[in-house]
Ligand binder design. Structure first.
Ligand SMILES: NC(=O)c1ccc[n+]([C@@H]2O[C@H](COP(=O)([O-])OP(=O)(O)OC[C@H]3O[C@@H](n4cnc5c(N)ncnc54)[C@H](O)[C@@H]3O)[C@@H](O)[C@H]2O)c1
Length: 284
């Protein structure tokens, strides 16, 4: 028996990285999965690999009509919708604010934030019809702290966390839960510096190997995260095992946002020293 037997799910950004890992895990747990992405070839290839309980639909998540069509496709094909993983993303515009154009700003927010609004909006009636559901939004550690990602990325991911919380409050009475995952550094095309669509697989693997070597020591748990680490958290949030969990941000970052590990701060904290004795008042 799988955690998601007979559940119908949509995963956006499912053609690669975290979305592809989530789609694979969902299928392994018994779900039927609509893969929604703009990378048609990679999406179709994954459907061939995963088999009959999956389908691919070209979906640009920055367009409301595309997201609406993805929800309609899942409902038509499998009779309803239980789970949506609003996950598609890219780095978007980088650099100083004064060099950022209005168009670059809005395009970035459309892909990273408006997409989550569209997914939530159109999944809601289908989930209400079903008597409940689970919405899982991929935010980021950049949704919690500034300085790790670019301006617009940071703003969009903070927005995803806020949207998740306010969604949870509105939809709780329909038994629809909304939670965010906040990945740290994960070995995907995005963190390897370019969209996977722009590089061939060998080049991508070489870039990922470099990224792992560079990032392995960046967080307390001394390895870079893998897409499957995030897929595991998303699967739990999609399943009944988390049925009393809503409005949360599940941080999956190897301890990155907790602080510096001991191995990076030798001396004061890590060194065992005798407790200093003092008499009351002696420190005045
Ligand atoms: N990799 C990391 O370190 C990391 C950390 C925190 C959060 N994230 C977030 O995780 C999510 C997945 O990214 P990833 O790391 O797996 O990267 P990835 O590049 O491997 O996957 C992103 C997927 O989204 C798709 N996509 C991009 N724009 C789209 C659009 N307009 N419409 C539909 N699909 C689109 C891409 O085609 C790709 O398949 C993103 O939201 C990203 O911001 C990633």
């Amino acid at each position: 028996m799988g955690l998601l037997d007979d559940r119908v799910a949509i995963v956006t950004g499912a053609a690669s990285g975290i979305g592809a890992a989530t789609a694979k895990r969902f299928v392994a747990e018994g779900a039927k999965v609509l893969l929604a992405d703009i990378q048609d070839e990679a999406g179709e290839e994954l459907v061939t690999e995963l088999g009959g309980n999956t389908a691919f639909l070209h979906t640009n998540v920055a367009r409301e009509t595309d997201v609406e069509a993805a929800v309609a496709e899942a409902v038509d094909r499998w009779g309803g919708l239980d789970v949506i993983h609003n996950n598609a993303g890219f780095v978007g515009v980088t650099g100083p604010l004064e060099d950022t154009t209005d168009q670059e700003w809005h395009e970035t927010l459309d892909v990273l934030l408006s997409s989550v609004f569209y997914g939530t909006k159109h999944a809601t009636p289908a989930m209400r019809e079903r008597g409940g559901g689970s919405i899982i939004n991929t935010a980021s550690v950049c949704g919690l702290v500034a300085g790790i990602g670019a301006h617009a990325y940071t703003v969009a991911k903070h927005g995803v966390v806020g949207l998740t919380r306010s969604t949870a409050l509105e939809l709780a009475e329909y038994n629809i839960r909304a939670n965010a995952v906040c990945p740290g550094y994960i070995a995907t095309g995005l963190s390897a510096g370019r969209s996977v669509s722009e590089v061939d697989q060998d080049e991508l693997q070489a870039r990922l190997a470099k990224a792992r070597a560079a990032m392995d020591n960046s967080q307390p748990l001394p390895r870079m995260g893998e897409p499957s680490d995030i897929a595991a958290a998303v699967t739990w949030l999609a399943s009944d095992d988390s049925h009393w969990v809503t409005g949360t941000t599940q941080i999956v970052d190897g301890g990155l946002t907790v602080g510096k590990p001991w191995r990076k701060q030798p001396g004061a904290m890590a060194e065992k020293r005798p407790i200093r004795m003092y008499a009351p008042g002696s420190y005045e």
